[in-house]
Ligand binder design. Structure first.
Ligand SMILES: Nc1ncnc2c1ncn2[C@@H]1O[C@H](COP(=O)(O)OP(=O)(O)O)[C@@H](O)[C@H]1O
Ligand SMILES: [Mg+2]
Length: 232
């Protein structure tokens, strides 16, 4: 089994005036290639901070993080940008699509730093539009798509670069319950089909049923880790 992500005693402390908050507090976890991991915790428990640390958007105040064998906590900010562009697919709560670009162009943008050949870029983007169930919607603009469809575009954008790791921060936080379940089902299917390691954060408890393992976060600490095999 190949280890995809390792966090060793990672702490992130924010100091605001005289108050210090440990948003992430001494977290040690290991994630295996191909796993579907859900991080579950209430608002303010450190979920977004944890993801930002793994994607090297922010540096910890203590500890080390490895992604795909690379120590991301040792990267310069320039190297970190490159690391994200090449190795991490990101999905956000509010989709973050460019309103003036079509669905297909939004997918292409996410991959353009990695694939320079325009024909290959187009071919790859079409392939992933299809994979997320949006064949025929390529020329629509984001405001012509439902929330669920927009999130599918952003999932296609994140996956088309064929990342080491797909990171999703509250991917269903802006969707109704039914559409949210469709997105969880899609992420699970894509994980099964492509073998991409998925790390998704939510405060919706039932999302755990889609995961191989669920990491419960509370006040920046890992409260418990539940494996599906043990649960059922
Ligand atoms: N940039 C920041 N500066 C100061 N405090 C922060 C910052 N980001 C997060 N925090 C604090 O860290 C804690 C965890 O935040 P966050 O990771 O956003 O939690 P979650 O995503 O689970 O809601 C909160 O108490 C929050 O106020
Ligand atoms: Mg958050």
């Amino acid at each position: 089994m190949v280890e995809k992500v390792r966090m060793e005693q990672v702490t992130k402390e924010y100091v605001m005036g005289s108050k210090a908050v440990k948003a992430v507090n001494d977290v040690t976890i290991s994630i295996t290639e191909g796993e579907f991991i859900i991080i579950l915790g209430p608002s303010g428990s450190g979920k977004t901070t944890l993801l930002n640390l793994i994607s090297a958007l922010t540096l910890p105040t203590g500890g080390k993080i490895f992604v795909g064998g690379r120590e991301v906590t040792a990267l310069s900010s320039r190297e970190a940008t490159r690391f994200r562009a090449e190795h991490v697919g990101l999905v956000f709560q509010f989709f973050n699509l460019f309103p003036t670009l079509t669905a297909l162009e939004n997918v292409e943008i996410g991959v353009a730093l990695k694939i320079k050949n325009p024909q290959e870029l187009r071919r790859r983007s079409l392939e992933y539009m299809k994979l997320v169930g949006l064949e025929g919607m390529e020329d629509k603009f984001p405001d012509q798509l439902s929330g669920g469809e927009q999130q599918r575009v952003s999932v296609a954008r994140a996956l088309a670069m064929e990342p080491d790791l797909l990171i999703a921060d509250e991917p269903t936080g802006n969707l109704d319950a039914e559409t949210g379940e469709e997105i969880w089902t899609l992420l699970r299917e894509l994980n099964d089909r492509t073998g991409t390691t998925v790390l998704a954060v939510t405060h919706w408890g039932e999302a755990a049923r889609y995961a191989d393992r669920t990491i419960f976060l509370r006040s920046g600490k890992v409260e418990k880790i539940v494996s599906k095999a043990l649960e059922s």
